[in-house]
Design a protein around this ligand. Structure first.
Ligand SMILES: C[S@@+](CC[C@H](N)C(=O)[O-])C[C@H]1O[C@@H](n2cnc3c(N)ncnc32)[C@H](O)[C@@H]1O
Ligand code: SF4
Length: 381
């Protein structure tokens, strides 16, 4: 197995944000130690998997809320179990309301070398709309503290298309983010996830999603602004300075194997996808008893794998490799010719990819390109 990544889920959060459906719990400080022990045991249960790890990603939840000594224990267990390549990427997600310079210095000493800051916005009123616990100034202070502690690979998460946030506010937020010059930015359009406070507000008519054409305008402006500032738009929602793509997520998008440990974590190993329970007490009890933590699994057959490669590949700047028969089919297909002419998609050598304009319509284009490729199979049958 090559390019193997480890995801460690840390579910604890200062409070649950009204838009978020990640496996997370507020409070539960008393569970930090037993949770760490359960995660370490889970990592050790995978001793038959060959290392070394190319990437380790501590995501959440809010891993930065947990004592560094506990994070260090999980990381050390992974290092002992699988080994790490010499240039391993070790990322931690950080909520700006939970860190200071000392915390970053501790993380640096433990071996973390990439920081992903959940900024979301750089405007206090907008952060309140998003239900965040921190101010715009806290985001800036967290960023400067990470820099002062020697981190040279820092990313911001931003949420676009929040109802009530004007276009001007969004542009101002993005300008402030760019002025700080992080190596990487993830820009997500707000999605209304089932079971969240925002979903309830939407049902009651108290929250109305931003219309799709306005969303497209915002994302188009955002892409232009970030590309002009020197970022590569390397995945639909992700931008990086040259050499600073998220290697961990790149692995996910290009079909590399990954092991996910912790609450609700997903894994993809040897053609099988499986995931852990999202119930913290069940996770802790099963972990303590040495029982299975698994909540479900799915065998990925050749057809599904091909479909997934297409969908994930089309979301990246490298696109997806086509078989010789598919290339010929595409070259002579009038619908594909139209997509090319409109500047949404290109076929270069054996790679089919979306353009920057195409990224804005990734879902619709993915569907259309999948249909065209399916017809090539039918024609060959
Ligand atoms: C696990 S959180 C990041 C770390 C930390 N928990 C925090 O919030 O600061 C992952 C990211 O997912 C994004 N996210 C979560 N729910 C979202 C939603 N419903 N719509 C858009 N982005 C979302 C946010 O940008 C968030 O920073
Ligand atoms: S966005 Fe981050 S801090 Fe907020 S609930 Fe989700 S994981 Fe926790």
């Amino acid at each position: 197995m090559t390019a193997f990544g480890l995801y460690i889920h840390v579910p604890f959060c200062p409070q649950i944000c009204p838009y978020c459906a990640f496996a997370s719990v507020a409070g539960r400080g008393e569970s930090h130690v037993p949770y760490t022990e359960a995660v370490c045991r889970e990592i050790e249960s995978w001793r038959h998997l060959p290392g070394p790890l190319h990437t380790v990603f501590f995501g959440g939840g809010t891993p930065s809320q947990v004592e560094p000594v506990l994070l260090g224990r999980m990381l050390e267990t992974a290092r002992r179990q699988f080994g790490l390549v010499s240039d391993v990427e070790i990322t931690i997600e950080v909520n700006p309301g939970t860190v200071d310079r000392e915390r970053f210095a501790q993380l640096k000493r433990l071996g973390f070398n990439r920081i992903s800051i959940g900024a979301q916005a750089f405007d206090d009123a907008d952060l309140r709309l998003l239900g965040r616990i921190h101010s715009a100034d806290d985001v800036e202070q967290a960023y400067l503290a990470a820099r002062a502690s020697g981190f040279d690979n820092v990313s911001f998460d931003l949420i676009a298309d929040m109802p009530g946030v004007s276009e001007n506010h969004w542009r101002h937020s993005l300008d402030r983010a760019v002025d700080l010059a992080p190596e990487h930015l993830s820009v997500y359009s707000l999605t209304i996830e089932q079971g969240t406070v925002f979903a309830a507000r939407k049902r009651d008519g108290r929250l109305i999603s931003v219309p799709e054409d306005l969303q497209a305008n915002t994302l188009q402006w955002t892409a232009r602004r970030l590309i002009e500032a020197g970022y590569e738009h390397y995945e639909v929602s992700n931008y990086a300075r040259p050499g600073y793509r998220s290697r961990h997520n790149w692995g996910h998008w290009t079909g590399a194997a990954y092991l996910g440990v912790g609450l609700g974590a997903h894994s993809f190993i040897a053609g099988e996808r499986f995931w852990n329970t999202r119930d913290l007490d069940a996770y802790l009890a099963a972990g303590a008893a040495g029982q299975s933590l698994r909540d479900g699994d799915e065998q990925i057959d050749e057809d599904t794998a091909r479909q997934e490669r297409l969908w994930l590949g089309l979301r990246t700047i490298d696109g997806v490799a086509l078989a010789p028969g598919e290339i010929e089919w595409m070259r002579s297909n009038p619908r594909f010719a139209e997509l090319q002419k409109a500047g949404y998609s290109v076929l270069e050598a054996d790679r089919l990819r979306l353009t920057d304009a195409g990224f804005l319509l990734a879902d619709a284009l993915g569907l259309e390109l999948e249909r065209i490729l399916e017809e090539s199979k039918d024609a060959a049958a």
